[in-house]
Design a protein around this ligand. Structure first.
Ligand SMILES: Cc1cc2nc3c(=O)[nH]c(=O)nc-3n(C[C@H](O)[C@H](O)[C@H](O)COP(=O)(O)OP(=O)(O)OC[C@H]3O[C@@H](n4cnc5c(N)ncnc54)[C@H](O)[C@@H]3O)c2cc1C
Length: 388
């Protein structure tokens, strides 16, 4: 062997043994357990509680939580693989797992003190769904214009305000909530709090009736004099903006994973269909025009996957990954929309019906360019790095 080969890094898509095992386990589970329920959950706009239970049992809800705290003790890249695999079958189930692992647990692993880790990580790994409450009606892309107030009260705070678009709100037992302790201080007043579901004054409000990922709950949260003690502050007072930014930098790699999984799922269904559907006396997949469509889609998905895997591997290696994460999310969400749309075209009229899963995947793809920072916000991040 050439001595140079010792320095060669494995290809991004070459999975380690434990990664391959995880991927296969989740693939089997998604096909056997989620696929049969997916369309019904979409129609009912409800997540099957049995599926959530199984996600916990499989160790998919605490992937990076150390084994000593009941988690799976794996890495961020594994979360990405899991989200990708689930998304091939149902991106709505995938986003529940994604928010839990790449946003909520990420925030706690980085910012929680020992006491908070001991109180919450075992629960998140075992049976508690987490949600992340930053957005409000008046603050989306301009997230730090948030208006939810945390008014000092004794040694704690009283929260008042409304959050909008909160994923997992219906299922969540724990919310990471961003509020300002001092509006006059701008972003330096923003503070992150850990708020348990069921506390007095917290109501899960209206659930959005959405185009896609309909089984994923997206709700308003209303805070009406919710009392939180000092032990519920995540990170330091006034440092919530850092918690938010750093968490979302990682989270958006997860959305990239959701989008490549979704695109792959749509392509898989289409490859099968074009070999079965006949026109002009032949399978439509035998026409070169159709084959070239498939080839272009596969190429775009592979390119997006490399961006997502690279961002995740950089993150696990402790290397800077900000631009790579933004590029991964930007590109993979656009690929997912393009691929899902082209797959519908190849299904012809049947593509518009709910008889085939591509119709749902097409609807599910749209949110990728919106949540965890719109495409414009990703471009802003990338350009800022280029121009600094
Ligand atoms: C299904 C779903 C689930 C969500 N889950 C969560 C969640 O769990 N937690 C949470 O906190 N939030 C969540 N969100 C909120 C999401 O992060 C926001 O919707 C997103 O950040 C965009 O904010 P906005 O909707 O207010 O749009 P706006 O910020 O009003 O943007 C509208 C348009 O203006 C553009 N725009 C705005 N500012 C600029 C600018 N400076 N330059 C160029 N273009 C600009 C945007 O790119 C976009 O195209 C979710 C949203 C959805 C739809």
């Amino acid at each position: 062997m050439s001595p140079l080969l010792h320095d060669v890094r494995p290809a991004l898509t070459m999975l380690r043994e434990h990664e391959r095992l995880f991927q296969q386990t989740v693939r089997d589970f998604a096909v056997a357990e989620i696929a049969p329920k997916s369309m019904a959950m979409d129609a009912a706009q409800a997540m099957d509680p049995g599926i959530v239970k199984q996600l916990f049992q499989l160790g998919l809800m605490g992937i990076e939580i150390p084994e000593s705290q009941g988690g799976t003790g794996s890495d961020f890249f594994t979360s990405v693989l899991v989200v990708e695999e689930l998304s091939r079958v149902d991106p709505a189930v995938a986003v529940l797992v994604d928010v839990q692992n790449t946003v909520v647990i990420t925030a706690l692993l980085h910012w929680a003190d020992e006491d908070q880790r001991a109180r919450y990580l075992p629960r998140l790994a075992q049976d508690t769904v987490g949600a992340y409450a930053l957005s409000e009606a008046g603050s989306g892309s301009d997230a730090f214009a948030l208006a939810t107030r945390a008014t000092p009260d004794g040694d704690g705070w009283v929260l008042n305000g409304r959050k909008l678009w909160i994923t997992n709100a219906k299922e969540a037992g724990l919310f990471v909530v961003f509020a300002t302790v001092s509006p006059a201080d701008g972003y330096r007043g923003i503070t992150a709090f850990l708020v348990e579901a069921g506390v007095e004054g917290l109501t899960v409000g209206k659930k959005e009736d959405k185009l896609g990922i309909r089984a994923s709950s997206t709700c308003e949260l209303v805070f009406d004099d919710v009392r939180v003690g000092p032990a519920q502050v995540l990170g330091d007072v006034g440092k919530g903006y850092k918690v938010a930014i750093e968490t979302l930098n990682e989270g958006r790699i997860g959305i990239g994973a959701q989008m490549i999984g979704l695109a792959q799922g749509a392509l898989d269904h289409t490859v099968k269909y074009v070999q079965e559907r006949e026109q002009f006396g032949r399978a439509i997949g035998s026409f070169q025009g159709v084959q070239f469509e498939l080839a272009e889609m596969a190429t775009e998905i592979e390119a997006a996957r490399l961006l997502v895997y690279n961002a995740a591997r950089l993150r696990d290696a402790g290397e800077p990954f900000l631009a790579q994460a933004a590029m991964a999310k930007l590109y993979s969400s656009e690929v997912a929309q393009r691929v899902a749309s082209r797959c519908i075209d190849l299904f012809g009229g049947y593509g518009l019906t709910r008889d085939y899963p591509v119709e749902k995947l097409y609807r599910d793809a749209k949110v990728g360019t919106i949540y965890e920072g719109t495409s414009n916000m990703q471009k802003q991040t990338i350009a800022k790095i280029l121009l600094k």
